[in-house]
Each structure stands twice: as structure tokens, then as C-alpha cells.
Design a protein. Structure first.
Ligand code: SF4
Length: 278
């Protein structure tokens, strides 16, 4: 697997939404500067272990210097992807058009297409705006115009608030190459807890059954533990086992390869998760 790893740079915790299940609650509040992110990306390139970078958050476009960070990683030759709530990709100031062709996969976090459910989850901005069905369709249309070969992926977190909904009919209008169903991770830190939103195994299975797809690949994940390389907004490699994070080390202090040797990656689960990055 060496040289084929994909790391997730959670550039910022900032987001215009406030989902109740959000796990972007990292130990340190301040984000790194663009220069420090470039140092980390250079280190990842020099390690020879990483071929792909996924930008995540929070909402990654809120990271200071986001366009220059993406361009830098692109120039280093990484395969790039993004996980976004999608609400700001049509905002040229936050997401300049020239970034689209640099990113080969756009992953949308879409947990519902129902306005009331989205409100209950917290997927709305300070003005009450949501990314509804049409907003998603228009955003994908823009991606297709700017970057015809980019693939579209959706991640859906299944919780008590949406487990009985059916979402997959949207792909009659938008081609989705990969759809991931994730069982909501229980997360408790600094007085925050989402335990009341946890679904049972049978509720999760019911969601999966009810969302059988006619096209594309479906990935069902009941855990992300030991199969997801998270680098948080302060440059820490995190271990996400259990109900909170453990810092393995900071990439500004030691090279990525050193930290990775202390991380117990589940090779089989990791390969399954990132089959698309090869
Ligand atoms: S859209 Fe994503 S990053 Fe933003 S609050 Fe929701 S889960 Fe967290």
C-alpha cells in the first residue's frame, strides 16, 4: 500500500452549517496558515507514501488561502478530492473557477433532501439557507461544465434524524459514481455529545435496504476507525478510535512517515475504503 495512501486534510473546523452529528471538533481551535499547510503537503510529497489528498473540514473552502493550498497540492502531483457541503462551490470568491479542473472527485455530504429534516440536523446557514435538491443539481452542473471528467460522490451520515428516508432517487437527475452510507459515529468531547442521535444496527440496515441504488457503487460503512487518516486543522495526525480523538503527533514537528509508523492502520479496511483512489 506504500505510495498509495490518501490523507484527509481537515483544513478548518469552520462551517456555515452546524450539523448535530458533526465530528469536526478537533483539539485545537486555530487553523494553520497557508504556508504551514504547504510545509505539510511538501512533507507528504517527500514521504513517498501518499498519492492522494482529500480536502475536508469543517467546510474546507473557509480555510484561509484555500485556493493557493489546492494549487500547491496540485502542482506537487497529488490526486485531489474534496468533501464539501456543496453550498459554496458556486461562490467564485470562495471557490474560484480555475480550481475545478484540479480536483478529480467532488464529494458532497448530503444527509437529506427534506427541508424539515435538514433543519433538524442543522444543515442550514445563518440565514436559514439550505442546499436543497435544485441547489445540488445546479452545483453538479457547474462542476460538469468546468471539469467534465470529475466524478461525483455522496456521503450520507445515517442518524436518528434521517434513517427512514430515501435519498437515492436524486441520481435519476445527477450521475453519482459512488455513494457512501456512514453509520453516525458517536462522539463525545468537551461537553458535546451526539449519542442521542445514534441509530441502532437495524435502523442503519433499514436505511441501506431502503436506499438500494440502480446505478453506481454503494459503500456501506458502520465504522471509520483505523481506516481514515485524519490530519486536523492544526496539523495533527489523529487516531479516531473510541468516542473522541487521540493525537498521534504533529506533522510540523516530525515527518509524516514517523507518525504513520505509530498509527495502527487496518490495511484491509483501508484498501476497501480507498479503492477509488488507485
Ligand atoms: S456540513 Fe459537514 S462540516 Fe459542516 S457542520 Fe455539517 S457535518 Fe460539520
Amino acid at each position: 500500500m506504500k505510495g498509495k495512501l490518501k490523507v484527509n486534510l481537515h483544513l478548518t473546523q469552520a462551517c456555515n452549517y452546524h450539523c448535530r452529528h458533526c465530528f469536526a471538533m478537533f483539539p485545537e481551535p486555530r487553523d494553520l496558515s497557508p504556508e504551514r499547510w504547504k510545509d505539510i503537503i511538501s512533507d507528504l510529497a517527500e514521504s513517498g507514501l501518499v498519492s492522494a489528498i482529500n480536502f475536508a473540514g469543517g467546510e474546507p473552502v473557509f480555510c484561509r488561502g484555500f485556493p493557493e493550498i489546492v494549487s500547491f497540492a496540485h502542482d506537487k502531483g497529488f490526486l485531489l478530492s474534496i468533501i464539501t457541503n456543496g453550498s459554496l462551490l458556486r461562490n467564485e470568491k470562495l471557490f474560484p473557477r480555475e480550481l475545478f479542473p484540479m480536483i478529480s472527485m467532488f464529494g458532497f455530504s448530503i444527509d437529506s433532501l427534506n427541508y424539515d429534516t435538514l433543519r433538524r440536523i442543522g444543515r442550514y446557514d445563518s440565514r436559514g439557507n439550505i442546499l436543497g435538491r435544485q441547489g445540488f443539481i445546479d452545483t453538479v452542473r457547474l462542476i460538469r461544465e468546468c471539469s467534465p471528467s470529475a466524478s461525483i460522490k455522496i456521503n450520507t451520515v445515517v442518524s436518528k434524524l434521517n434513517w427512514n428516508e430515501r435519498l437515492v432517487d436524486i441520481e435519476e437527475e445527477v450521475p453519482v459514481s459512488r455513494w457512501k452510507f456512514l453509520k453516525m459515529k458517536v462522539f463525545e468531547t468537551n461537553g458535546f455529545s451526539n449519542r442521542d442521535l445514534a441509530v441502532t444496527e437495524s435502523e442503519f440496515e433499514s436505511f441501506v435496504r431502503n436506499n438500494r441504488r440502480r446505478y453506481g457503487e454503494t459503500v456501506v460503512e458502520s465504522t471509520m476507525e483505523r481506516s481514515y487518516l485524519i490530519i486536523d486543522n492544526a496539523g495533527n495526525l489523529l487516531d479516531n478510535r473510541g468516542d473522541s480523538y487521540t493525537i498521534i503527533g504533529n506533522l510540523l514537528e516530525e515527518p509524516f512517515g514517523e507518525h504513520l509508523s505509530r498509527f495502527s492502520l487496518d490495511d484491509r479496511e483501508y484498501s476497501r475504503r480507498y479503492a477509488e483512489a488507485k
